[in-house]
Design a protein around this ligand. Structure first.
Ligand code: SF4
Length: 79
C-alpha cells in the first residue's frame, strides 16, 4: 500500500512538450549553459545551437539550472 500523498510510480510520467527559446538579441556566447547540459552547444562561430532532439531526454531540473545559469537571461522554456 502506498503512503498517503506519495506519487503513484506505476503511472508513466505524462509526455510534456517542452521547447527551449533563445533570445538571440541577448545571447553573448558566454557558454555557461553549454557547461550544464548537452542541449546547448556553441558552434565554431560562437553561435548557440539548441539540440531540440536532446531536450526530452534531459533531466528537467538540469535543464532549468542551465536556463537559469545564463547571466543575461537569454534562455527560457516554452511549455
Ligand atoms: S549562457 Fe546565455 S549568453 Fe551564454 S551562450 Fe548560453 S544563452 Fe548565450
Amino acid at each position: 500500500m502506498r503512503p498517503v500523498g506519495a506519487p503513484d510510480m506505476s503511472d508513466p510520467a505524462p509526455e510534456v512538450a517542452v521547447k527551449v527559446v533563445v533570445d538571440r538579441s541577448k545571447c553573448i556566447s558566454l557558454a555557461v549553459c553549454e557547461t550544464v547540459v548537452a542541449v546547448f552547444e556553441l558552434d565554431e562561430d560562437a553561435e548557440l545551437i539548441v539540440h531540440d532532439e536532446l531536450v526530452a531526454g534531459t533531466d528537467p531540473d538540469q535543464l532549468r539550472v542551465a536556463i537559469q545559469s545564463c547571466p543575461v537571461k537569454a534562455l527560457s522554456l516554452d511549455d
